[in-house]
Write a protein that binds this ligand. Structure first.
Ligand code: PEP
Ligand code: MN
Length: 346
């Protein structure tokens, strides 16, 4: 950490800064230049808060040298992590192909969609049982019954399942029924939820909040990791833009950016990022080309009857065409769509 002092800092203030640093158990290295005096702080800066130091009279700025996310950083863990979701690997050249309807629907439809996305090459089946809806009058999901339907569908076709948790009170049930717990964009900074999910040992799909910076996203991952759950996969799903032409602004640069900063896998969700089926294939391929460890896409066999997010759903045939292109692109980069575990069903 480097403390930059103000041009008019007094000798008394300099000595006060040095004394505070030493009080915190760190060493201060004073460097007096012609225009500025700076204090190099030597020791474990992650044990020290920068803000109290910023409040000391005579301090212009405090510049941390290390990233604030210790466990999530690539510096701490140079090798890319591979997350195992009930036998499906994500990261290290293995792509996740997460597909399914936005919400869990009736069992027959779920089975139909699951069979179709599995045949296309998907390796994880998704569906929300607890839905975060803007309106309290909109379909809220089927709750625990939805979790049961999702599990039965996954078991019937031999695909691990992913579903969202919105509240710490839902964690036990989601942990029991699902193979991967999704934290949605709206809850990325629900710190008590992150802490509780961190106490489970289930893989977590952490979606980027719609106004979250990359640092915010990695700090949220840190909440989960710091509780002992190291199974975190990040997801770029678009950030709030100003143009209603697309649902969100797809930040494809986030993929290589996060890959440089963190060892955690990152996947893309072009469904929520664009909200438009005509844009999803190109954006999915762009994500894979940018280095994403997987693609998360909403698929429905009859979008006009979907309980949520119908307008952005791909039809199964469209998904199959896209999945074939993703497979080719993955090969070009020496990657592969992670195969399903052996014990697969029908
Ligand atoms: C979803 O996956 O259906 C969802 C609600 O996503 P997000 O949290 O990214 O909006
Ligand atoms: Mn959705």
């Amino acid at each position: 950490m480097i403390i930059i002092l103000k041009p008019d800092v007094t000798e008394e203030q300099i000595q006060h800064v040095v004394a505070r640093v030493e009080e915190l158990g760190l060493r201060a290295h004073l460097s007096r230049g012609t225009y500025r005096t700076i204090v190099g702080v030597i020791g474990d800066e992650q044990k020290v808060q920068a803000d109290p130091l910023r409040a000391i009279p005579g301090v212009l700025e405090v510049v941390p040298v290390l990233p604030p996310y210790k466990l999530a950083s690539r510096e701490a863990h140079p090798q890319s992590s591979i997350i195992d979701v009930a036998g499906v690997k994500i990261g290290g050249g293995n792509l996740a192909m997460i597909a399914g309807p936005c919400a869990v629907e009736e069992p027959e439809r779920m089975l139909r969609i699951a069979q179709m996305v599995k045949a296309a090459g998907a390796n994880l089946f998704r569906g929300g049982a607890y839905k975060p809806r803007t309106s309290p009058y909109a379909f809220q999901g089927q709750g625990e019954e939805g979790l049961r339907i999702l599990r039965e569908t996954g078991d019937a076709v031999g695909m691990p399942v992913v579903t969202e948790v919105m509240d710490p009170r839902q964690i036990d049930a989601v942990d029991r029924w699902a193979d991967m717990i999704q934290i949605g964009a709206r809850n990325m900074q629900n710190f008590s939820l992150l802490t509780e999910v961190g106490r489970t040992r289930k893989p977590v799909l952490l979606k980027r909040g719609m106004s979250a910076t990359i640092t915010d996203l990695l700090m949220s991952a840190e909440y989960i990791l710091s509780q002992g759950n190291s199974q975190v996969v990040l997801c770029e799903r678009g950030i709030k833009g100003w143009d209603p032409a697309t649902r969100n602004l797809y930040d494809v640069a986030a993929v290589p950016l996060v890959k440089g900063l963190s060892h955690l896998p990152i996947i893309v969700d072009p469904s929520h990022a664009t909200g438009r089926p005509d844009l999803i294939p190109a954006c999915a391929l762009a994500g894979v080309a940018a280095g994403a460890d997987g693609v998360h896409i909403e698929v429905h066999d009859c979008p006009e009857k979907a309980k949520s997010d119908g307008p952005q759903a791909l039809l199964p045939a469209q998904y199959a065409e896209l999945a074939a292109q993703i497979r080719k692109l993955a090969e070009l980069f020496g990657k592969r769509i992670s195969p399903l575990p052996e014990k697969a069903g029908s």
